[in-house]
Design a protein around this ligand. Structure first.
Ligand code: ADP
Length: 267
């Protein structure tokens, strides 16, 4: 009722899902998908009683199948819902399970929306404490519609957005637009994740701030949101992602995995 009072339509909840965490970025290539995957695994690593699902809403460039080492077509339940594919204990859904890997996706906005709607709701998620959604990069119409179509935070149901950015000015500008988009549709911004902040040379131990130093930290302060964490630029993150063995599960003792678990603990 409160939502109606604020003039916002009340959205249908996603069956079985308690909380939605949207992982967004102002631009591509900043590590949004890598963060989404390791966040999902980090949430589970921090509390094994929690069940976590992962939805790849990045329909233009789905990367969850590769990152989670999954392929194949989802089976249908007798209610005609798609059964997510599961790896590392995480049920996942992606357009990548439904189309050939090399098929270019040249859909118009409305088709994208209806595909994402199906990927969200025509899926047998089971009971999830968290559904982590890897958004398409950017802050255009499609991103806005997805955000609006998700259930609005309620008493027993909530959602929030995490924005991933590098410490670089240009990425930060886009991240700021992302934060403004979520504010406009009244989705709480849970915080920023600064990615690729520092490169620690494994040979000489020197630390280099390739994309600048505290950019995301300063932006978080300006926007009045939390800085949820700082992920270093690390070869291990790139390698484990490329082989479908995310760092949180393949090198749980590493400082990189620890950095993701800290983000998960902060949301
Ligand atoms: P986005 O989803 O924002 O497009 P990705 O998560 O696909 O970005 O990451 C882009 C590339 O950068 C991938 O090759 C990924 O392995 C790599 N990458 C992401 N974060 C890091 C990091 N912290 N250290 C090293 N490589 C990273």
């Amino acid at each position: 009722r409160q939502h109606m009072a604020r003039g916002l339509p009340k959205q249908k909840p996603i069956a079985g899902v308690k909380q939605v965490i949207v992982v967004a970025s102002g631009k591509g290539g900043v590590g949004k998908s890598t963060t989404a995957v390791n966040l999902a695994l980090g949430l589970m690593a921090n509390d094994q009683t929690k069940s976590v699902g992962l939805l790849d809403a990045d329909v233009y460039g789905p990367s969850i199948p590769k990152l989670m080492n999954l392929k194949g077509n989802p089976e249908l339940t007798n209610k005609n819902l798609m059964r997510p594919l599961i790896n590392f204990g995480i049920p996942c859904m992606s357009i990548g399970f439904l189309v050939e890997e090399m098929t270019p996706i040249v859909w118009r906005g409305l088709m994208v929306m209806s595909a994402i709607e199906k990927l969200i709701r025509q899926v047998d998620w089971g009971n999830l404490d968290y559904l982590v959604i890897d958004m398409p990069p950017g802050t255009g119409d499609v991103q806005l519609s997805i955000t609006q179509n998700l259930p609005i935070a309620g008493k027993s149901y909530s959602k929030g957005a995490i924005i991933v950015s590098t410490p670089q000015d240009i990425a930060l500008l886009d991240a700021r637009r992302g934060a403004e988009m979520f504010r406009k549709v009244k989705v709480p911004v849970l915080g920023l994740v600064q990615n690729m902040s520092v490169f620690h040379c494994p040979k000489c131990n020197h630390q280099t701030h390739i994309f600048g130093t505290d950019g995301a930290k300063k932006l978080a302060e300006t926007l009045g949101v939390e800085l949820l964490g700082d992920i270093p630029l690390h070869l291990n993150i790139r390698k484990t992602s490329d082989t479908g063995q995310p760092v949180v599960v393949s090198s749980p003792e590493s400082p990189e995995a620890e950095a993701y678990r800290r983000v998960a603990a902060a949301v």
